[in-house]
Write a protein that binds this ligand. Sequence first.
Ligand SMILES: Cc1cc2nc3c(=O)[nH]c(=O)nc-3n(C[C@H](O)[C@H](O)[C@H](O)COP(=O)(O)OP(=O)(O)OC[C@H]3O[C@@H](n4cnc5c(N)ncnc54)[C@H](O)[C@@H]3O)c2cc1C
Length: 381
Amino acid sequence: MDLMTDISTQLSQSDSARLAQVRELAQGKIRRQSIDYWNREDFAPALVAELGAAGLGAVQLEDCSHLARGLIHAELARADISLSSVVGIHNELVLGMINELGSEAQREMWLPRLGKLEAFGAFAMTEPEHGSDIAGGMSTRVRREGGEYILSGRKRWIGMGTIADFALVWAREPESGAIGAYLVESDRPGFRASKIGNKIGLRIMQNADIELDDVRIPVENKLPGATGFAAANHLLMQSRAWVGWQAAGAMLATLDVCTAYAASREQFGKPLASFQLIQQALAEIAGNASACLAMMGNIARKQEAGELTMADAALAKSTATRLARDAAAKGRALLGGNGVSSEYEMAKIFCDVEILHTYEGTYEINSLIVGRALTGTGAFV
Ligand SMILES: Cc1cc2nc3c(=O)[nH]c(=O)nc-3n(C[C@H](O)[C@H](O)[C@H](O)COP(=O)(O)OP(=O)(O)OC[C@H]3O[C@@H](n4cnc5c(N)ncnc54)[C@H](O)[C@@H]3O)c2cc1C
């Protein structure tokens, strides 16, 4: 029984070959080597360079189906969820954002190096005082003075914030109330990023607090397509679908780790795999993964047809991360005491899944987006 092979049969030959190449890199190098970086809460430049050499800096621009792109992200998450977040946010919310909402000059300047993972950006929306209510609450300010914009405010949780060459900062013009996005190079005076330490998950991805203290940028650094929160919502709709694929990868990883452990660990003179309750746990983990892959296959079909809605993406993100959390808890228990040591991988997956549940719109907020679509009544705005 191989859940990934089942869904991969829907791919073209070239998409299948590409997926196999990514799986080989992910399972051959990324999976084992990521553990040490994760334990030390360190970025992994050597592994990121390998991902860049394999073309994963520009998955978003690849000529492949949405299903293939989703499965590539799932294979990365199956090996390591932190590095899959580095690649996913880079593609969905940095390279993808410049490609879709940037100017020709911004595309020319940044896409070639971003595509090779030789340059990095950060998507800077969340603030210390505004997370779920960021659309209405955004307090980072921007004002124009001659040929420059001046930005002030604070951002929190910003992925790659301490490493990135620039941040795509979302800010509000106080007079008009208009929200827009601005490319702020990290060496501009007044820009400070500090690492948020002691995270329980995504420990390789470096998240930052960012302070913007009257940072001046040329007017050309505004992203012309990033007008209003609707532009952000369009990006977030696609990136929530990507988190669904990450959750699918997390469940496949859980199944990989648990089936191998159940076969090798003996208690009462027999392998764990021979006990009925262990088999039930494995069946439930496989069931969660299989349901998620089928749901995500449907999301990919909608993306292909240009029919994905905010509610579809919110349903996929919330359901996939709920199932992944359930599978990870069962997996962690199945490994007994070894389930709390990242050496056995399960604890690492267990902790990383917590972040999937919270970022890109929390489980609760995504549920409320679905609830609004089902009832016609908004319960959170
Ligand atoms: C590791 C990590 C990486 C991240 N990366 C980025 C990034 O790169 N860029 C970026 O901009 N942001 C990033 N984020 C921020 C992330 O998107 C926010 O954490 C998330 O949106 C929630 O905001 P908050 O943490 O302020 O929680 P809050 O909004 O304070 O919510 C706290 C709790 O209250 C619940 N809640 C809030 N309002 C309601 C309501 N109306 N009804 C019911 N429940 C409610 C929430 O669901 C949550 O459980 C990241 C976060 C983490 C943890």
